[in-house]
Ligand binder design. Structure first.
Ligand code: MG
Length: 377
């Protein structure tokens, strides 16, 4: 194509876009490259607020809600979701204000670490959504689903649990029975925790995990855990307040003395891979959520850090639509447990993505996250 001593322009079509590839003489460009990088426009960031209606009031130790006000974030054709979790101090307005402060992110979605480093400090959820949208865009430009780009098998997902929010013991038992799910995650921290587990165990043989959502003091945890362990729990999530890292070492020693072996997992205490390292030796597993780790990139590091310290891993979500939950699900083949019931808790999911047959999860195989819009909001 290149005539000797003649410069040329070559037009190429990549991923549905017309690219103008500018080359020098004799097919050689600067640095002796025969194929110069394509010239993209800067990636465009935009967003839309969404309101998710919950099927039932969702109560945890931090509070209760009937709706969640999240934000969908678009980076060119990539999409991510920022979940406004009240107990992390996030609001829809705060996330949008954060997104307004984001500078140009450049033109090369493959320069992932540099792009993510351009995110200003601020809203964790906003930062997470940019990371998700970037991963979606990355997969779409390469024409492959994320799990494939990570080298993972889509048929290796753990079954998901279904969450029973805090309520009266009889109401929670009724919900546990009606759900029909083989794995239930029971929210505790209400002061009636043993009554709740007794009521639920009375009506179901399902596997039970419990989540105290930082609702116990050290002494309460030490009193309750040996008693609750008698109900055959898979593990206990976040018994202590988020900042009490020393408390986990204290609790581990006390439970060892009492010969109580129920595994302890950290959720609120483990936001990043550095937190995982700090908790090594004190806990048995970590809960990975994209809204804590600020996206997929750091979530992967958390998983690897946990494995390096011989910890188990559960991938989980906030109250999120199929966008955020499908993004997390692409990491599920690396995890021992899944708690990805967000789309099951809401009435008006704007996207379809991760599919559910009971507790069995199937990843979509379209490029990127693989999510597809159901309707315009
Ligand atoms: Mg939790």
């Amino acid at each position: 194509m290149a005539g000797e001593g003649v410069g040329f322009f070559e037009e190429a079509r990549v991923a549905g876009k017309i690219l103008l590839v500018v080359c020098g003489f004799d097919g050689f460009c600067e640095n002796n490259r025969t194929t110069p990088p394509p010239i993209w426009d800067d990636m465009k960031l935009h967003w839309e607020p969404i309101t998710l209606d919950l099927k039932t009031t969702f109560r945890v130790a931090h509070g209760a809600s009937d709706q969640r006000h999240n934000v969908l974030v678009h980076l060119d054709e990539g999409v991510g979701e920022a979940a406004a979790v009240p107990y992390y101090g996030e609001t829809q307005a705060g996330i949008i204000e954060y997104l307004r402060s984001v500078p140009d992110l450049g033109d090369d979605p493959f320069d992932m670490d540099a792009i993510l480093a351009r995110r200003p400090p601020g809203s964790r959820a906003g930062r997470a959504a940019i990371d998700e949208a970037l991963h979606d865009l990355w997969g779409k430009r390469l024409g492959q689903p994320l799990y494939k780009l990570f080298g993972l098998r889509p048929n290796r997902l753990p079954l998901t649990s279904f969450t029973i929010g805090m309520d009266e013991p009889a109401v929670m038992a009724e919900q546990a029975k009606a759900s029909g799910y083989p794995i239930l995650k029971v929210k505790l921290g209400s002061g009636r925790d043993e009554d709740i587990l007794a009521a639920i165990r009375h009506v179901t043989d399902a596997q039970l995990r419990v989540d105290a959502n930082a609702g116990w003091t050290r002494e309460q945890a030490l009193q309750l855990i040996p008693r609750l362990a008698g109900y055959g729990l898979e593990f206990i999530e976040q018994p202590l307040v988020a900042e009490d890292v020393e408390g986990y070492f204290w609790l581990k020693e006390k439970l060892r003395t009492l010969k109580v072996t129920v595994p302890i997992f950290a959720d609120e205490s483990a936001r990043t891979s550095r937190d995982v390292a700090k908790l090594a030796g004190a806990i048995d597993g970590v809960v990975v959520k994209l809204m804590k780790s600020e996206g997929i990139r750091e979530a992967l590091r958390m998983i690897h850090a946990a494995r390096a310290h011989e910890m188990q891993v559960m991938v989980s979500c906030m109250v999120e639509s199929s966008v955020g939950v499908t993004a997390a699900a692409h990491l599920a083949p690396l995890c021992d447990y899944a708690d990805l019931d967000g789309p099951l808790l809401i009435r008006n999911d704007p996207y379809r993505g991760l599919r559910y047959e009971g507790a069995t999860l199937t990843l979509p195989d379209a490029p990127g996250l693989g999510v597809e819009r159901r309707w315009k909001i």
